[in-house]
Design a protein around this ligand. Sequence first.
Ligand code: SHN
Ligand code: NAI
Length: 220
Amino acid sequence: MSQYMAELNLTDRAVLIVGGGQVARRKLNGLAECGARITVAAPQIDAGIQQQAAAWGGTLRRIPFHETLLNAAPRWTLVFAATGEAALNRRIAALCNQRALLCNCADGAEESGFRVPAVIRDDPIMAAVSTGGASPALSRALKEHFQENLQPGWAELARLFGAQREAVKQALPEDAARYRFWRETALAARDRLTHAPQENARWLQQRLQAAQQDADANRA
Ligand SMILES: C[C@@]1(CC(=O)O)c2cc3[nH]c(cc4nc(cc5[nH]c(cc(n2)[C@H]1CCC(=O)O)[C@@](C)(CC(=O)O)[C@@H]5CCC(=O)O)C(CC(=O)O)=C4CCC(=O)O)c(CCC(=O)O)c3CC(=O)O
Ligand SMILES: NC(=O)C1=CN([C@@H]2O[C@H](COP(=O)(O)OP(=O)(O)OC[C@H]3O[C@@H](n4cnc5c(N)ncnc54)[C@H](O)[C@@H]3O)[C@@H](O)[C@H]2O)C=CC1
């Protein structure tokens, strides 16, 4: 069965990381950037995580895993089983499944509720790469390949298109005409990657006026 890709809004959501080593630290970095309220539970917690703790405002619990951790209120939005014990990680994932909690198992066990992809970001653009558990090293290499080849113009265009969505909706109120406008404009965007933002804004405006005239002519 294939897995579902999504982007999660974790702002102020409770996230539990069991384990306090290298892998926990990497997951923590990504989660802290997204505003999650993180609790780390492990008998030994990396110096790096301890140093970061003040900055991300989370909770450190120097305890071994116990099932009762999973019954916390409010419920955990996500759980990460990242201890150095493969059997324990599987057990945590299985206990989470019983409670309908989504759990990532660092060992990539079958019980895992979700996998973590390699991610590139160029705000507001994000791209996630996964090999479906086959090779994390390859995911990283592919991510780096995409990163090197992602021209900065795409993010600029995404911001411009985003800022103009409402105006285009007003100008082209018919769904079919508006969808066609955005589809054709998005396809034409590739040729604009090297242009200055002001030129692109003018270009978009001209396209919109032309599309509006077409729509008016069709209605007449
Ligand atoms: C199943 C999964 C678990 C999950 O869902 O989290 C998993 C599992 C395992 N990783 C292992 C090793 C490594 N992981 C990385 C790196 C990353 N691993 C990530 C995800 C995932 N790793 C999920 C699958 C995602 C997919 O298929 O694409 C990334 C993409 C995202 C992230 O975790 O942040 C992140 C990229 C960071 C970036 O973006 O730069 C590197 C490379 C490096 O660090 O340079 C190595 C060493 C090289 C190698 O082994 O390949 C091992 C063996 C441990 C051992 O042998 O002891 C296991 C366990 C197993 O597979 O048995
Ligand atoms: N997803 C990924 O990208 C990767 C996954 N792995 C897997 O991730 C796991 C963790 O790897 P590392 O962080 O490198 O290990 P590590 O040895 O650096 O850290 C292990 C952590 O688990 C904690 N721990 C041990 N027993 C525990 C218990 N009973 N309850 C709570 N915490 C406990 C320890 O206190 C320590 O903080 C390994 O199982 C490894 O196979 C390894 C490399 C990459």
